[in-house]
Design a protein around this ligand. Structure first.
Ligand SMILES: Cc1cc2nc3c(=O)[nH]c(=O)nc-3n(C[C@H](O)[C@H](O)[C@H](O)COP(=O)(O)OP(=O)(O)OC[C@H]3O[C@@H](n4cnc5c(N)ncnc54)[C@H](O)[C@@H]3O)c2cc1C
Length: 453
């Protein structure tokens, strides 16, 4: 089965030559529903070459703690078992990926290395290093977006309104069912012992001060279960109830998408199947899952300084600069925010949800970030603090969605100017009174007392 050619682009080197086929798995850490793996399997199948999957474990990934590593490694162990059931080995390389991946490619005489698409800087740096040292071709497949990011648009989009029609135009061609992963001859496993996951966990130097969470079960099987439960029980009420943090109405799928344990396209296909009984919920969910999520990839792909103040729209930079000297009602440093010891019980509850559960409800995330703007010394400091805390504590952090969520809240990205007010300028404002109109604030606060239960 051929993968749509517009999902694939060459990063370096000559066209694929004979030799083994390697899939360097990075962002899309699953065996099923993975266009990059399917492309590698199809190249190997056509030429009769062996296929091996590698995962390059860096000693320290920027901002990742034990919480994220534990979730990722458990998911990868499950993926390894699923791959081996198809006689496809997984090798874990430990060290700097810019060195370990080319060395591995040479060791197996790789004719082609396929990798998955990721717009974030750290991955682009690794890929550039692999491209110059690879013995064969290096190709990238967008296995994360329904509409391939580099095809949907060739520029930084202004807002969801400008990307939406471009994505919708591509859906009939790309929102198609996945083929099954083929099974290889048993000999394809020869020479590859199962991964020693304990050794892999010992290798990473993850910050131990943020412990793993127990409430979100890692792995593709758990992800599928969460998706099924959401579609069965909550899709119908999603449009009406998703902004209520007490309602438990959202999918909870973002950690699985972040680590590629579930394909967003699988979720989109299953949502379409359920649409006849829950049209309003399905349409609202697909807008978030496809358009908003893919807008974040678009921003990070085309904005090299995506996590900086300079990346904000011009109107927002101007208005925030004009209000930089406004007096702040409260001023907190990063440590006070992290410890959830501000004056606001509501804000502290959101920060406690984040640090205890590894997630914050989407609506509270906006409020959380906007108050960091209001209570920090400058908009630049606020951006840095919000990105730091989000990446440190959230299981779905270090993701284009996190970058865009923070820049939207703190700096008006993909938004429009609103009425002028202190500190915010024309950046959209939120306050506790607005929250009280939308949901039971006291019930939310009561769920996250100062001392964890
Ligand atoms: C300050 C701030 C920080 C954020 N940080 C992150 C982050 O680190 N990682 C992350 O994945 N999302 C982030 N978001 C976006 C959004 O809040 C989460 O995707 C969502 O809350 C995840 O919960 P869910 O899977 O239950 O969402 P659902 O409501 O069930 O949505 C389904 C999926 O759609 C996508 N989605 C939903 N809302 C958005 C959105 N506003 N923008 C882009 N995609 C969206 C996500 O992939 C999500 O899993 C952030 C938003 C804000 C305002």
């Amino acid at each position: 089965m051929q993968v749509h050619p517009a999902r694939i682009r060459s990063l370096a080197g000559p066209p694929p030559r004979s030799g083994s086929v390697v899939y360097w798995m990075s962002r899309d850490q699953r065996a099923a529903d993975n266009w990059a793996l399917l492309h590698a399997a199809s190249l190997a199948g056509e030429s009769g070459a062996p296929l091996v999957v590698v995962f390059a474990l860096a000693p320290a990934y920027p901002g990742a703690t034990r919480r994220q590593y534990a979730f990722m490694l458990a998911g990868l162990a499950e993926t390894e078992a699923a791959l081996r059931a198809h006689s496809i080995p997984l090798a874990v390389l430990t060290g700097e990926p810019g060195f370990t991946v080319p060395a591995f490619l040479h060791s197996v005489d790789a004719g082609v290395c396929v990798t998955d698409f990721d717009p974030l800087r750290v991955k682009r740096v690794w890929k550039a290093a692999v491209a110059v040292a690879s013995p064969g071709a290096l190709v990238e497949v967008d296995a994360h977006n329904v509409a391939p990011c580099f095809l949907a648009s060739q520029k930084r989009e202004y807002a969801a309104a400008t990307l939406r029609p471009k994505i919708h135009r591509l859906l009939p061609e790309f929102l198609k069912p996945f083929p099954d992963l083929p099974t290889f001859p048993a000999a394809n496993l020869d020479g590859f012992a199962p991964v020693d996951w304990r050794a892999a966990a010992d290798f990473v130097q993850a910050d131990p001060s943020v412990p793993p969470v127990t409430g979100i079960v890692p792995g593709s099987a758990a992800a599928t279960q969460v998706l099924d439960d959401f579609l069965r029980d909550r899709l119908e009420g999603y449009a009406a109830r998703r902004n209520d943090p007490n309602a438990g109405a959202t999918s909870g799928l973002s950690p699985y998408f972040h680590f590629g344990q579930l394909a967003p396209q699988r979720a989109a296909l299953a949502t379409l199947e359920a649409r006849s009984r829950a049209k309003e919920g399905a349409d609202a969910f697909l807008e978030e899952l496809v358009v908003r999520r893919e807008l974040a990839d678009n921003f990070c792909l085309y904005e090299p300084e995506y996590d900086s103040f300079e990346a904000l729209p011009e109107w927002a930079r101007k208005t925030l600069a004009a209000h930089a000297a406004d007096s702040r009602p409260y001023l907190y440093d990063r440590e006070t925010f992290a410890a959830a010891t501000t004056h606001s019980a509501l804000w502290n509850a959101a920060q406690r949800q984040l640090s205890r559960e590894g997630r914050i409800h989407g609506y509270m995330r906006m409020y959380w970030a906007k108050k960091i703007l209001e209570w920090s010394g400058s908009p630049r400091e606020a951006l840095e603090t919000a990105l730091f805390l989000n990446d440190r504590f959230a299981l779905d952090g270090r993701d284009p969605n996190g970058v865009v969520g923070v820049l939207w809240s703190v700096g008006g990205l993909h938004d429009r100017p609103w009425a002028n007010r202190p500190v915010y300028g024309q950046v959209r404002y939120m306050n506790e009174r607005g929250c009280r109109r939308k949901f039971d604030v006291d019930a939310y606060v009561a769920r996250y007392p100062e001392q964890a239960a």
